[in-house]
Design a protein around this ligand. Sequence first.
Ligand code: BG6
Length: 485
Amino acid sequence: MSEISVDPHVFVVFGGRGDLMARKLLPALYHLTAQGFLHERCVVLAVARTDGINDEDYRTWANDKLASAGIDHESLGGWCDRCLHYQSIGKESPEDFGVLKSRLEELESLYNLPGNRAFYLALPPKAFSSTIANLGDVSLGTSNGWTRIVVEKPFGRDLESAQKLNQQLHSCFAENQIYRIDHYLGKETVQNLLVFRFANSIFESLWNRDRIDNIQITVGEQIGVEGRAGYYEQAGAIRDMAQNHLAQLVALIAMEVPAAFEADAIRYEKAKVLRSIEVIRPEDVVLGQYGQGSYGDKQVSAYKEAEGVAANSRTETFVAMRLQVANWRWQGVPFYVRTGKRLPHRTTRIIITFRNPPVSLFHPHQSSRVHANRLIITLQPNEGFDLSFEVKSPGEPISVQTQSLDFRYEEAFAPLRDAYETLLLDIMTGDQTLFVSSDEVESSWRLFTPLFDERLQIYTYPAGTWGPEEADAVLNREGRRWRNL
Ligand code: BG6
């Protein structure tokens, strides 16, 4: 059994027959049970609009989905029958929420539960507001035990809508009941950024404008829009990836040492970073959309050709930016960040380039110049670090070569667990460290909302490349280039 203790509770998932439930939440809930984290009285109540389905039907559906996720019937050992329940929310009227409340109370009495409840909104963003209002109206914001609400991304569409959503949440729930999901924070390698920075004293004295020349962050995907055009046409790369995942990576890399390793202290420091980033100048942002292209022999079609995408769509599938964190530690150190779909391969990397030695001592003796030390943090795939440094290659005349020290997770540890398992467990134990605070989410929107500007050009890039050439210019004009690893 694990030492982490999860109170008996009902885990309610709105969107209980949706894609997120099928692909991520159900497998994570099952794995947490199988690993001994969940109490046998942890009950899942899936909620969806479909009528005429009972618990049995739902369990059959869940069994199928778990099988598709690679968990066979035998391994489940009756988990679906023991833990899963279904409730239709019909037309989502106040009466339907009243019925949901009665069902919750019924389950709590059946399993002798103390009234602990988590409400997970695995819903399209347009449904957040009405669901929160309905929960509040039937007084489901509190209970005899704990009540927590989990909101998936995207949290709002811009600063104004995020502020409204926060106000609405705060009218029914206190901030310490609200869990805003950014699944990147659940990734082991992303959590490790804190350990890497604050458990290794050798780096702290180097982690500033005196020693670091620039920082590059790339979150690249090979996949295209993959049947999600309905959502993606409304979102685009800024809302889908930059406002949340990229912003969180910048915050974790740039933040000051928190007062303690606890949620409020860490989130406070991250929000401070996001607040310190200067307004992004139009010349420091490049938007792109993938056109036709190829991966080896395989031709892929353009974004505009995908089903559900408007022929004249202006949705960006790529964004590159130069960010300036205007504080004492980072003044003058550019953060070049980019994310895109249909890039050459899937990679999430942070590259810290240190300053060159002040004097090029070896230059007169050899043709190749000394390269700056570089720390490459690979968050996925092939997770690990590489630290490059210069060594003398044996022989005369003296010449310098770049070598690296490296560490790979897969060589040191068992396979990494899925981010959703970590996040669900934290919701159940009430740890908000890996969730985004209202302050963070609003500071991030304050930064990115001005980019939703029709005057910004959308450049086309061929699928399978590192984005439009114009994105190179952002670095080239400062004598740097993207490191396309
Ligand atoms: C999601 C985005 O948040 O992150 C997707 O909505 C994207 O568009 C995905 O593909 C990437 O996540 P990961 O964990 O595969 O890097």
